[in-house]
Design a protein around this ligand. Structure first.
Ligand SMILES: [Fe+2]
Length: 272
């Protein structure tokens, strides 16, 4: 990666996700926050006001300081790089999506996590670095994450695996807790669902520091929307991701890399 990716979510996005997750409307939040419904609507639609943000935060179970910092654009995670981990960012409709490679130089083997919209750059990297790709692991099956799965498999001959609750054409399924090995890399799997039915977080051991590929479970300073269950998205993130060591590098499906320590200190969803 060259230029750092912007944060995926603004304060307005975060307020909107929490309101949808808790099934609250502007009037409902306003009544508890001591604000007008118009003030809540303005916040939700992108007019940032720190006083209003601090008033709605406790109603929405969000950390007030973290939400205020996001609104003021005064926080972003420290840039982080890990040898043997590469991010690929590709455009998909009106957004961008991340896919990742982790590799072990000694064995010359790599593992891919999702394909993003287009695996051209990933294939070029594998070729240039003379790496084979025995494994493609899917975080979840939302279309932006697996848009180029057929091509990546065809060009590499990799085996594709996905969690039992997120089946995909051409992929074998596995239950949470299964482990994978790729050269010197050892991977464990954790079920982090709620954004989707059966998202998997892959924890990689064997690089210079622990790395977790989290899909859309957690973003730097935010999280994927609770499309299936907001409560379970929050719970599984807390139980399965934020319990990892603070120096664990988190690799989200959208936006920049972050760490467990950064998110525990700065993510509005987890700083209440
Ligand atoms: Fe997703």
């Amino acid at each position: 990666m060259t230029a750092p990716l912007p944060l995926e979510d603004s304060a307005a996005d975060i307020v909107g996700k929490a309101m949808r997750g808790l099934k609250l409307d502007d009037a409902g939040v306003a009544a508890h926050a001591g604000l007008s419904a118009a003030a809540v609507q303005a916040l939700r639609e992108g007019e940032f006001d720190e006083m209003a943000a601090r008033a709605v935060a406790p109603v929405l179970g969000l950390g007030a300081d973290a939400l205020a910092a996001t609104g003021a654009k005064s926080w972003r995670p420290q840039p982080v790089e890990v040898v043997g981990l590469v991010t690929f960012t590709t455009p998909f409709e009106d957004m961008t999506v991340n896919s990742y490679l982790a590799f072990d130089r000694a064995s010359g083997q790599a593992v891919a996590f999702d394909t993003g919209a287009d695996c051209t750059a990933m294939l070029a990297f594998l070729r240039r670095e003379n790496l084979s790709l025995p494994l493609i692991l899917i975080t979840h099956t939302h279309p932006d994450h697996i848009a180029d799965l057929v091509r990546l498999q065809r060009e590499t001959g990799a085996n594709i695996f996905t969690g039992t609750r997120e089946p995909a054409d051409g992929a074998r399924t596995f239950d949470e807790g299964r482990t994978f090995d790729c050269g010197a890399l050892h991977l464990e799997t954790r079920l982090t669902w709620g954004h989707c039915k059966g998202g998997i977080t892959y924890v990689i051991h064997g690089l210079a520091r622990p790395v977790a590929i989290v899909g859309d479970a957690v973003f730097a300073g935010s999280m994927g929307g609770g499309g299936i269950s907001y409560a379970d998205a929050l719970r599984t993130n807390r139980e399965q991701i934020l319990t990892l060591p603070d120096d664990t590098v988190l690799c989200p499906g959208h936006g920049p890399l972050t760490t467990v320590g950064e998110e525990k200190a700065h993510n509005p969803f987890f700083t209440t």
